[in-house]
Design a binder for this molecule. Structure first.
Ligand code: 5GP
Ligand code: ZN
Length: 112
């Protein structure tokens, strides 16, 4: 069995507050939200980060962005930010590809 936290969440082995699911990806609310709306979208197959996206697996990323676009419409998010941290210095703490979707407050640029 995979020891990866997000593989376990995607497989339903660890409970989460689901936003959306299909054969390719899983979306769920972040346990420690950084905005009034903060959910994560992950591929069901393990990919460590954007660094591990290649010609073979890149279709899942396009699919995830299509899902994000649709979920934003469904949740009436007029303005939102999509973030993926790659590597510890950039703030990555879970090494399974995930896109944060944050909304519902003013945001600063550039991010800290
Ligand atoms: P990262 O720091 O890698 O960019 O993002 C990982 C995110 O996963 C963090 O925002 C953190 O709050 C969230 N997270 C970590 N463990 C869990 C968990 O068990 N359940 C949920 N729903 N979110 C988690
Ligand atoms: Zn994983």
């Amino acid at each position: 069995m995979s020891e990866c936290l997000f593989c376990k969440i995607a497989a339903g082995e660890i409970p989460s507050n689901k936003v959306y699911e299909d054969d390719i990806c899983y979306a769920f609310y972040d346990i420690d939200p950084k905005a009034p709306v903060h959910f994560l979208v992950i591929p069901k197959a393990h990919i460590a980060s954007v660094s591990a996206v290649d010609e073979e697996n890149c279709a899942v990323v396009g699919h995830i962005f299509q899902v994000i676009s649709q979920l934003a419409k469904d949740l009436n998010l007029e303005s939102y930010r999509v973030v993926s941290n790659i590597g510890e210095q950039a703030g990555q703490s879970v090494f399974h590809l995930h896109f944060h979707v944050l909304s519902g407050r003013d945001m600063t640029w550039p991010p800290g």
